[in-house]
Design a protein. Sequence first.
Length: 197
Amino acid sequence: MQDLLDILRVQRHDFMNHLQVISGLLQLNKPKRALEYIDEAAENLKKASVISKINSVEIAMAVLRADLAAQRQGISLNCNINSKLDGGFNHSWALAEVIGELLEIAVHGVEAAACESRAVNLSIDDKDGKYVFEIGFPCQESLDGLSFASRIVFIEETTAKINGRVKFGYSGTGAAVITLSVPAGSLGKDREVSTAG
């Protein structure tokens, strides 16, 4: 619940800031720049709209939490969501927890390695009866190290319990890529999986 309140506070702050910038530009008699700024602000607001279309409150909250954490570090979370996850899935809470962990690893990796590109890319797709979550970020060395290694055990165990699969690797450009795939299924079996590490 605290995360939701934090997200609402940030969105309110951003909205008020946008209004102040637009007001200032109009007072300076820069209507063209004010219109450009409105377009920029609208583009940023589209992400929240896209995330809100995910047909899972738990997963949408995990992505919104990650977005808030990324913003606090000056990192952009770019979302390319091609699936609303409307076919359902088993163990939505466990899946949301894994997605949150993976996004946290990516955000931390970008921050810790002081990457030139301060962005994490998340895509969600339907492929062959599975939901595929792909997280990419530019810091190759981020998938190495003790902190990452200790989290892999939790992620792999939880993913296996929900009949999913997680892969860690690198793209041709050297970016770190984490891919999580889980079978589409019916909702409502969260109580059967314990995510306690």
